[in-house]
Design a protein around this ligand. Sequence first.
Ligand SMILES: [Zn+2]
Length: 229
Amino acid sequence: MARKATRKVERIVWHTAAHGRNGQAFDTTAQQIDQWHRERGWNEIGYNVVIRFNGTIEPGRDPTKIPAGVAGINETTYHLCFSGHGDIAPLTPQQLEVGIQHTIEMLQKYGLTQRFLDEPDGLIVMGHREVNELVRRGLAPTPTTKTCPGRLVDMDKVRMQIRARLQPTAPPAYVYNTEAAGELLEGLQKVYQAVKGLQLQDDLIAELNAFRRQPEIDEIIRRYREERG
Ligand SMILES: [Zn+2]
């Protein structure tokens, strides 16, 4: 039997269960949501996963099937739903952490990581409510009045956190130390003097010049000169 092709997912969408009352958010289970969605006449839970207050991931609809999360763009989206109510309480730290990790895994699984990094405003990771921005751009047909995943879930901040994890800051290119910086400067001066003595052609010392012009080398020497007054 031929293996079923993976559907083409283009966006990862965050939701809240919007489950709470009198200032208290409830720790919704996937089973509860499954029940609610069946009562609406759906086959099963619409979301692909549910993330509980303690960070446990409960499976929802098999992601090879088309989910039911945002009208009009379900065929190309993957859906995480957080237990609780994003208008009443922010996500728990565990939910946020697991949500970010799972989103990164899905970006990788569906080959979206580079697009996410290249298109900061591309809504590759989005909150349900941001479908309205897609509608404005002509990329989705149906707007929503929902605040989902809730007013207390800042999607810009979520995207920033995901971005920071995907682009770990590069290690510093050097560790400054006065003595070594002095040796570098002195060494360069000696080499240039030798180059002169040997009457080397410019093209032979091009790479030495290129080395000297590296911003980091420039910075080291500038700092050393500053220190020496
Ligand atoms: Zn939603």
